[in-house]
Design a binder for this molecule. Sequence first.
Ligand SMILES: *Cc1c(COP(=O)(O)O)cnc(C)c1O
Length: 464
Amino acid sequence: MLSKKVDLNRLQEADTVLTPTYASRALSTDVPRYELPQEGMEPRLAYNLIHDELILDGSSRLNLATFVTTWMEPEVRQLMAETFDKNLIDKDEYPQTAELEKRCVNMIARLWNAPKDQDAVGTSTVGSSEAAMLAGMALKWRWRERMKKQGKPTDRPNLVMGINVQVCWKKFARYWEIEPRYIPMEGNRFHLNAEEAVKYCDENTIGVIAVLGSTFDGSYEPIKEISDALDRLYAENGLDILIHVDAASGGFVAPFIQPDLEWDFRVPRVASINSSGHKYGLVYPGVGWALWRDQEALPEELVFSVNYLGGQIPTFTLNFSRPGNQVVGQYYNFLRLGREGYTRIQRVSQEIALYLSDQIAQLGPFELISDGSELPVFAWRLKEETNFTLFDMADRLRSHGWLVPAYTLPKNREDLVVQRVVVKEGFSRDLADLLLKDIRQALQYFAAQPGYTPKQRDNSFAHL
Ligand SMILES: *Cc1c(COP(=O)(O)O)cnc(C)c1O
């Protein structure tokens, strides 16, 4: 007589292609976590297992915290997948990938108004952080050379910047043993200004970092004014201090939607600029760019020579091997979009940022500290203390899938809590309206709890 009882163990042992995916041993027992398993598993099982775990990550498209690209077209995804295997450093073996990098550097140099009579000087990097290390080193080398020529000591270099700089500059200062001089925020000044910048400079200053697009509120630092103030400093006491612009975000925004703003190589004291191709350059992570005004701005000793098809190609990077496909993605965007396409995309992001910031300001309890008119990024605070904080608001929005971070500002405004939205390609007006709906709903929830102020409740969400 046939037993109706199925021998599950025997079936799982088989684990053939006939086994239903989720009935397989790999997906019905626990998973190797910290020790390399003795045996492997079928590809589809490994795929499903890892794919499923990653469902727990937030949705990148609802991540309004990140500046990094979360949407690209299918065609470029395909192109990038086809070129996963290209190592960017193998310039000899993949000369065409190297050529695309060179084309990108030249296009960006012109976008940033580098002197036209010279070859563009620059390189791709993993991101703005690597670019910052390279540009910072160039400043240090140049300063040291200058000091040596004057017979002065070179053991106390410092770097002047706003306290709002991104962490990469704090790393740069520590790794390369440079005294960081952070200029604190004051009142409603949330970034570096010209007057403060020059106060912190002396003959040991290797440069001033100016940020085109502060990560805290999306505001632009006044680069032209800082340059003018440094000109006056030079005229007064001979201190010749250069600027590096950290345009991680703004480098691919300002040229398109604020073309008249002078922040780039048009400003004489700007020696170098970095930007993240994977932010408003609209490429998936990680690609960045570091460019110098001219050959003179990049000390020769920092550049290594790599053999390239019988010739010598200069390289200046921290990494050796690096994916080439991100440079391919960047070049695709440049060809596909052109100036016009980038302008349209960044303008739409800005329109949505302005719309959303205006709507949020009208809700009642919030006050904007920036509105998205520089980077398409804005931040707000609570007008007065009430029964919830912006951290609570971030929590409630998270329960709908939105990642809208709340954080305190740095020195001297640690008292101020703000919440920020980064608008970028892929965030539509429709998504903006859905976010607004969820913010209103959260406010309605808080308003129904004891201790809510203002007592006279705002009408803008009463209808809900
Ligand atoms: C994001 C950012 C960085 C770091 O850039 P990565 O490309 O993430 O390394 C540096 N500076 C500013 C102003 C940024 O916004």
